[in-house]
Design a protein around this ligand. Structure first.
Ligand code: PMP
Ligand code: GLN
Length: 385
C-alpha cells in the first residue's frame, strides 16, 4: 500500500464497502443514501438544454456561473435574514464534498483544533487530517441524541478554529433545537470559532423547522453554510454544491477551490439555476413523501424488535439491534446482508472510539415504498443469535 500516512488509517469509506456488499449479495441497499428513483425533471431539463445549446461547453468562472450565484443569493437571502452578495459571498462547488474540503484546506492551519460531533459524517476526520489539524469530539447519545452543553464547553479552547455542524444530522436524524444552536453560537463567539454548517438535508425535516445557524445573531460573520443538489433534488450523482458566507471566509474557501477543481461542470450549474427557482410545493411534497417512508420503515422495524430512534430530519434512521444478540454493528450488518439480503450502515466508523456506536445500525429510507416493504419482509426472517 502506498497511501500517505495522513490518510492510511481511513481505509475505504463504509458507504462504498456496504454498497459493494449489497451488490455481492443481491441485497436491498438501505445503506448508502441515494434514492432509487430519477432526479427532478425540471432540473435535468435545464441541464440538457444547456448542453444542447452549444454555448456552455467551456470553463465557467471559478466561483460559478453568475446566473447560479445570483439565484442562490436570491433564494437564501431571506432564509438567512440578509442580502447576500453573489459576487463575493457565494461559491459553486463540486458537491458539498468539495466545499467541505475547500473549507478545511483554505481556512484551517496545521495544529488548529476542529470540533466534530459524533457520530460524524465519515469524511470530516479525513479533512481534519488533510489539513494537518487536530480533532476534538463531542458525542450525541441515544436516546434523543441531544447535544450535551457541558461536554461542548469542555472541548472548546483557545486553539479551536472550527466546529463542523451538520444539521439536520446524518446519521442520527436530529434537527437541532434553537437552544442547542444558541449554545453552539455562544461558544463560537466566546472562543472566536468558525462554523462549517453542512446543511445538505436542509429541506428534510418532519414536523419541526430547520434553523440555519448562520441566521442567528453574530453568526453570519463566522459561518460558511454548505448545501447541494444531491439530496433535495435526488441528484446525488451530479456533485453540484454551493457555499455561502462572508467575503473573508469565502476568500479562504475559494483559495483552495480554485486548485481543487477550479470550477464545476457548466451544464449542472444551469440545471441548478432551475432548482433554485423550485416552488414551495415541490419541497412540501417531498417532505410529505419522505415522512410517509420514514413512518413505514420506523413502525416496521419497531414491530420486528428493533429499538427505533425516529428521526426529525434527513432520510436516515438509527435503530438499536440489542434484541438480536449481536455484539458488533459490523457483524450484525454482515449477518443482515448475507442471511436475509438487506444492507444497512454500521455506524461505529463514525466515532473516534468505535465502541461509541453501542448496538446501533443506520437505515436509509430514500427508497420507494415497495422496496421498503420488501426489505421489512426480508428482515422479518432475521433470527436471534
Ligand atoms: N455531508 C453530509 C452530511 C452528507 O450526508 C453528504 C452526502 N453524501 C455530503 C455531505 C456530501 O454531499 P455531496 O454529495 O453534495 O458532495
Ligand atoms: N451521504 C451518503 C450517506 O451518508 C453517502 C455519501 C457517500 O457515499 N460518500 O449515505
Amino acid at each position: 500500500m502506498s497511501v500517505a500516512d495522513r490518510l492510511n488509517r481511513f481505509g475505504t469509506t463504509i458507504f462504498a464497502e456496504m454498497t459493494q456488499l449489497a451488490i455481492d449479495n443481491d441485497a436491498i441497499n438501505l445503506g448508502q443514501g441515494f434514492p432509487n428513483w430519477p432526479g427532478a425533471d425540471f432540473v435535468k431539463d435545464a441541464a440538457i438544454r444547456s448542453i444542447s445549446d452549444g454555448r456552455h461547453d467551456q470553463y465557467p468562472p471559478t466561483a460559478g456561473i453568475p446566473a447560479l450565484r445570483e439565484a442562490i443569493a436570491r433564494k437564501y437571502g431571506p432564509l438567512l435574514g440578509r442580502t447576500i452578495d453573489p459576487e463575493g459571498e457565494v461559491t459553486v462547488t463540486s458537491g458539498c464534498t468539495e466545499a467541505l474540503a475547500a473549507c478545511f484546506l483554505g481556512l484551517v492551519n496545521p495544529g488548529d483544533e476542529v470540533v466534530l460531533i459524533e457520530p460524524y459524517y465519515d469524511a470530516y476526520p479525513a479533512y481534519v487530517a488533510m489539513a494537518g489539524a487536530i480533532p476534538g469530539f463531542v458525542r450525541l447519545r441515544a436516546p434523543g441524541f441531544a447535544l450535551d452543553f457541558d461536554e461542548l464547553r469542555e472541548v472548546f479552547n483557545t486553539r479551536t478554529r472550527v466546529i463542523v455542524l451538520n444539521n439536520p444530522h446524518n446519521p442520527t436524524g436530529r434537527a437541532y433545537s434553537i437552544e442547542e444552536l444558541r449554545a453552539v453560537a455562544e461558544l463560537c463567539v466566546e472562543f472566536d470559532v468558525l462554523v462549517i454548517a453542512d446543511e445538505v438535508y436542509e429541506e428534510m425535516t418532519y414536523g419541526v423547522g430547520h434553523v440555519r445557524i448562520a441566521s442567528l445573531p453574530g453568526m453570519w460573520e463566522r459561518t460558511l453554510t454548505l448545501s447541494s443538489l444531491g439530496k433535495t433534488f435526488s441528484l446525488t450523482g451530479w456533485k453540484l454544491g454551493w457555499a455561502m458566507g462572508p467575503a473573508n471566509l469565502t476568500a479562504g474557501l475559494r483559495s483552495a477551490h480554485q486548485f481543487l477543481t477550479f470550477t464545476t461542470p457548466t451544464p449542472m450549474q444551469h440545471g441548478a439555476v432551475a432548482a433554485m427557482d423550485a416552488p414551495e410545493s415541490f419541497f412540501g411534497e417531498m417532505r410529505r413523501s419522505y415522512q410517509t417512508k420514514r413512518d413505514l420503515l420506523a413502525s416496521g422495524l419497531q414491530g420486528l424488535g428493533f429499538n427505533v430512534h425516529v428521526p426529525e430530519g434527513t432520510y436516515f434512521l438509527m435503530a438499536g439491534f440489542e434484541a438480536f444478540g449481536f455484539d458488533s454493528d459490523r457483524e450484525f450488518a454482515r449477518h443482515m446482508a448475507e442471511d436475509v439480503g438487506v444492507v444497512a450502515i454500521p455506524p461505529s466508523g463514525f466515532y473516534d472510539d468505535p465502541a461509541g456506536a453501542a448496538n446501533l445500525i443506520r437505515f436509509a429510507f430514500c427508497k420507494d415504498e415497495s422496496t421498503l416493504t420488501e426489505a421489512l419482509d426480508r428482515l422479518s426472517k432475521l433470527g436471534r443469535r
